[in-house]
Ligand binder design. Sequence first.
Ligand SMILES: [Zn+2]
Length: 138
Amino acid sequence: MKKKDLDTLKKILEEEKKRIFHHLQEISETSVADLETPSGDSVDLASLEINQNSLAKIGKREQNHLKKIDAALKKMDDGTFGECESCGEQIAFARLMARPVAQLCIDCKTEQENEERKYSDRAGDSDNEGFPEEGEEL
Ligand SMILES: [Zn+2]
């Protein structure tokens, strides 16, 4: 993946993370962290950790999403971001733009969804525009 594309996706992930942090601050008595320095520079969100007590206050959905964001950011550091976890192919950039935390390429994802449809009829816990969560623990 081109570095420029990677940077774009990283920004999106960091914005997502920031949004969750802001929500956390809204519902939490304690300030989680100053997200911006006075000079306007963003803190290193990728390495920012939320303590578990605060984390318990946000919904499971956001916690899961945050985990995925962290996992994606870690992959960026490792240089494995954008690789399908099933077949190892590069995930299409357009798909990553729509869903930067995607772990599977569209082919594997489609296959997984077909399998899930065959073996289960989970309903009600999908939070991604109607897509079932990838690798979500029930
Ligand atoms: Zn794949």
